[in-house]
Design a protein around this ligand. Structure first.
Ligand code: HEC
Length: 255
């Protein structure tokens, strides 16, 4: 048989397995934080505190009915102020966001709760120091803007490719009886990254694609998880079946 073998983990020196394990552990931690970040930045936009498909659709394509200010107040900014003040702002927006009522009632809330971060000195966040600034967030919510999508796209495409190249490069040393399965696990995240990024743009114009965002993200997570756990397990707790061990030595001798 002329099939070529990658070395199995059990043939690698201890120091290499330690390096692989350390790398995997830190990447796994990074993955966990990425999941927490996704939850924190998207959940609750639709009013339901869990992360839903609707939340993803709103994040990319906007609420259509509500404003950016409302979706932020229901979602990521909801922890910045007590519920009664939150409701007061939302009622004010829905009643037409008049300037008089702003001066009388709600400016105080923005001043107390928001402008430590949302002020004129911070160019990255909309300023909520004036009625004009607040009104810019109280316009119709069209979701994340094109420029941010392009920025996040290139970060994801570069960043995730590195991560999966490293993880797959380690997983290569695992033994999976069906080679096609191993190949499938390795290429899935690369295909998913492309589908994922493309589906952000499509979700902007066609909301049901939020399902594809979630599906491709889950596939990526699934293959990361498989490569992670199979690698760690086979590195430290697994003994190659005898027939495979045998084939491996025969192949080495053949060369
Ligand atoms: C501790 C700092 C901080 C405070 C206080 C804060 N925010 Fe934010 N806010 C942020 C950050 C950071 C973001 C961007 C995060 C993101 O996009 O997920 C943000 C995003 C927003 C956005 C969305 C902006 C956009 O362009 O999509 C709105 C609207 C908003 N905040 C409103 C508020 C309101 C109203 C308050 C007060 C009740 C408030 N924020 C208090 C830090 C803060």
């Amino acid at each position: 048989m002329s099939q070529r073998f990658s070395l199995h983990f059990s043939h690698l020196p201890l120091v290499q397995r330690v390096l692989y394990t350390s790398t995997l552990c830190v990447l796994g931690l990074g993955y966990a934080f990425a999941m927490i970040y996704i939850f924190a930045s998207h959940h609750g936009r639709d009013g339901n505190p869990m992360l839903t498909v609707k939340d993803i659709a709103i994040a990319y394509s906007g609420t259509k009915s509500g404003t950016k200010l409302e979706s932020a107040l229901k979602g990521p900014m909801s922890g910045m102020l007590p519920a009664d003040e939150n409701l007061k702002i939302i009622n004010w927006v829905q009643a037409g966001a008049s300037e008089k009522e702003y001066q009388d009632d709600v400016k105080e809330i923005f001043d107390n709760r928001c402008i430590t971060c949302h002020n004129n000195r911070n160019p990255h966040l909309p300023s909520l120091e004036s009625h004009k600034g607040v009104m810019q967030t109280a316009e119709e919510d069209r979701g994340v803007d094109m420029f941010s999508l392009v920025r996040v796209s290139h970060i994801h495409l570069f960043g995730l490719t590195f991560i999966f190249f490293i993880v797959a490069g380690i997983f290569i040393h695992a033994y999976i009886r069906q080679e096609w399965l191993k190949i499938a696990i390795i290429i899935t995240p690369f295909i998913s990254i492309i589908i994922d990024v493309a589906s952000w743009y499509i979700t902007k114009i066609f909301e049901p694609f939020a399902w594809v965002v979630i599906g491709s993200g889950s596939l990526m997570g699934l293959s990361f998880g498989l490569m992670f756990f199979i690698s760690i397990y086979q590195m430290w707790f697994y003994k190659l079946p005898d027939d495979v061990q045998m084939r491996f030595y025969c192949a080495v001798i053949d060369e």
